[in-house]
Ligand binder design. Structure first.
Ligand code: CAA
Length: 388
């Protein structure tokens, strides 16, 4: 019985900066950011959005019809809003989901949503009449004037995992690898991540190689079994480095095809930046919505990486009629309707995030048009609003 992604949706807030502007403000050659890093734009996350609201905004359109069947809600994030209460409970309440459900949060850096969909896969395999809602939602923050600044961003991807999925089914066994590594982390007293940037790049490629080689052995597979590979994209160039590390296994024609599918899979990410847990799935969505060369039955390889570190490689197959269920119009208009802001406006918004950990603050939600917003923190409780 096929089990996999039945629906998928993405949300990012309505403001962005251009990487050209950021490079000029930081006295860097714009080509370093545009070509060397591979990013064009970066979403700016206002203080009225957090991991919970972004997840609710992403999940709302796809969870509406399945409210009664969802009894597993898994929230992958590394930008949690509470050290104890899970973001999944807030999400369940905001979306008015069935209360006869298991709802919890998973953390392992950018790997959380993959842990979530793999758990959901096993649950739905045992209970084919049930559905799971899995989200990856994060704000990627490194700090102003840091090398990581060009790789910031934020947003959420939500997925419904079901039997007989409309879009993609899991195929074969995953291969995974974990090891205690200090490449990227965020101590409890910090709102920005700490990172050993070049080391993290090397570990990423190393974990990709380890999991890919094991996947081939365990599944008796070769590179020619794949139509495309999608990667966790902390920034676009990272995925290019991953792909390059296996291209020599393919003949010339397949190399050309894999590079061309990669180009489709980066279109959304290069406009949004890093989503941490959601990045791999935004890249998958970008491939599905933008490539005209995909056919049902095609196999896609997915590489998930969460610093610290955990890697997983797995495969999914496009289902019959998948293209009928792909609707890129809403997503494209969300990206197109974002407002470009200046670097000084972005710096002001970035610094205002200190308020998001203060008590008794009210936020001006008038310029945030999202359905779900954070309006207030009162008595150390976050007050969320839904606008119709
Ligand atoms: N024109 C074109 N290219 C240029 C250029 C120019 N004028 N100037 C520099 N470049 C190229 C460089 O050659 C380099 O390319 P390669 O990587 O192919 O060699 C690229 O631009 C970046 O240059 P630097 O390495 O000098 O950049 P940097 O030292 O300022 O930092 C970074 C880059 C390490 C990625 C930094 O942005 C960072 O720390 N980012 C956060 C960490 C990160 O994203 N790590 C990824 C793996 S960890 C992970 O995946 C989990 C997660 O989500 C965080």
């Amino acid at each position: 019985m096929p089990v996999g992604i039945d629906k998928i949706n993405f949300f990012t807030p309505n403001m962005y900066i251009s990487m050209n502007d950021l490079a000029l403000a930081r006295h860097e050659d714009p080509n370093k950011y545009l070509i060397g890093i591979g990013q064009k734009e970066q979403s700016v996350i206002p203080v009225t959005q957090d991991a919970v609201t972004m997840a609710a905004n992403a999940a709302y359109p796809i969870a509406l019809d399945d409210k009664d069947n969802i009894d597993l809600i898994i929230f992958g994030t590394e930008s949690g809003v509470d050290n104890s209460k899970s973001a999944a409970i807030y999400l369940q309440n905001l979306l008015k989901l069935n209360s006869n459900a298991r709802a919890f949060e998973i953390k392992q850096a950018c790997y959380g949503a993959t842990a979530g969909i793999q758990m959901a896969r096993e649950y739905v395999t045992l209970h084919p009449d049930k559905k799971a809602l899995v989200v990856g939602s994060d704000v990627a923050r490194y700090g102003l004037n840091t090398p990581g600044e060009v790789t910031q961003g934020g947003g959420a991807v939500a997925m419904i995992i079901s039997s007989h999925p409309k879009l993609l089914a899991f195929e074969g066994d995953s291969s995974f690898h974990s090891e205690d590594i200090m490449d990227f982390w965020r101590p409890l007293n910090k709102t920005e991540a700490l990172v050993d940037g070049h080391y993290s790049n090397n570990i990423y490629v190393d974990f990709f190689q380890k999991t890919w080689q094991n996947y081939k052995l365990n599944n008796n597979a070769t590179i020619s079994d794949f139509k495309a590979f999608v990667f966790h994209l902390p920034y676009v160039k990272m995925g290019i480095k991953g792909l390059r590390s296996i291209l020599q296994e393919a003949d010339d024609k397949l190399q050309t095809n894999l590079k061309s599918e990669f180009d489709f899979s980066k279109i959304y990410n290069e406009q949004v930046g890093n989503l941490y847990t959601g990045s791999l799935y935004l890249s998958l969505l970008s491939l599905l919505n933008n490539s005209k060369k995909l056919n049902s039955g095609d196999r896609i390889g997915l590489f998930s990486y969460g610093s610290g570190a955990q890697g997983e490689f797995f495969a999914m197959t496009l289902q019959p009629n998948f293209s009928k269920y792909n609707n890129s119009d809403l997503l494209n208009s969300m990206l197109k309707n974002r407002k470009q802001i200046s670097i000084s406006q972005y710096e002001g918004i970035f610094n205002s995030w200190t308020n998001s950990i203060n008590d008794n603050v009210q936020f001006d939600v008038s310029s945030d048009h999202a359905r779900f917003v954070l309006s207030e923190i009162k008595n150390n409780q976050r007050i969320y609003l839904e606008r119709g």
